[in-house]
Design a protein around this ligand. Structure first.
Ligand code: DX5
Ligand code: ZN
Length: 214
């Protein structure tokens, strides 16, 4: 599946970007919420998520890069998040936050930064709907893919099988046509793609190419 990150879209023409994603073969909208504290960048917040929800005909995959995300779980539910992912590094009581997300009817995901080993999820993997592995340091679109992510996907795949978890594996950062196939083979279910789509001359066709199996 492809989850299109709108971070690198033209925010002056967001409705056009949403219409393009609706028309395309993309599966989800990926929304990167940044607070300028957890990551060194500020993106957008609740009003933008609400606006995209009104335009989107596909599920919203909301990636919270904010400290203490538990405080905003209800607000993002009301804004229209279908999938809510929180950073392992930002949660003191991760189990509580995951249960909070699920109790509101959303799917719960946990994100790991590039330096965080997948082993920290051993005791919560059974409760998760998705694990998002950052393949760049969070904060900006258009960064280079970190190659160690391949090993991480393999380790996470084994953990998911061992614990009989139904969690999906999602990858975020630096995904393009050059690495999507080998990553798929390693066991990734959902690919977040941003700048590779929005910097291309024909975004809809680029999404179709990313969806293509060899
Ligand atoms: C980075 C964000 C990503 C970003 C991916 O902090 O979480 O979702 O938009 O963008 P690309 O595909 O440009 O690496
Ligand atoms: Zn993201």
């Amino acid at each position: 599946m492809i989850s299109v990150s709108i971070l690198n879209a033209d925010f002056g023409h967001l409705a056009e970007a949403c219409a393009m994603i609706n028309r395309s073969r993309a599966d989800w909208f990926h929304l990167d919420v940044m607070d300028g504290v957890f990551v060194p960048n500020i993106s957008f917040g609740l009003p933008v998520v609400e606006s995209v929800k009104k335009l989107a005909e596909k599920p919203l995959d909301v990636h919270l890069m904010i400290v203490d995300p538990d405080r905003y779980v209800e607000a993002f539910h009301k804004a229209g998040a279908d999938w809510l992912t929180v950073h392992y590094e930002a949660c003191t009581h991760l189990h509580r936050t995951v249960q909070h997300i699920k109790s509101l009817g959303m799917k719960a995901g946990v994100v790991l930064n590039p330096h965080t080993p997948v082993s920290v999820l051993e005791d919560i993997i059974g409760d998760l709907d998705m694990v998002l592995l950052m393949s760049v340091n969070p904060g900006f679109g258009g960064q280079q893919f970190i190659a160690n992510t391949f090993d991480k996907v393999g380790r996470l795949r084994r953990m998911i099988a061992e614990k009989q978890s139904h969690a999906l594996i999602e990858i975020d950062g630096g995904v393009d046509l050059g690495n999507i196939q080998p990553l798929r083979t390693t066991g990734v279910d959902v690919f977040v793609v941003g700048s590779f789509i929005f910097r291309s001359s024909a975004p809809e066709e680029t999404i179709a190419a990313l969806k293509q199996r060899p």
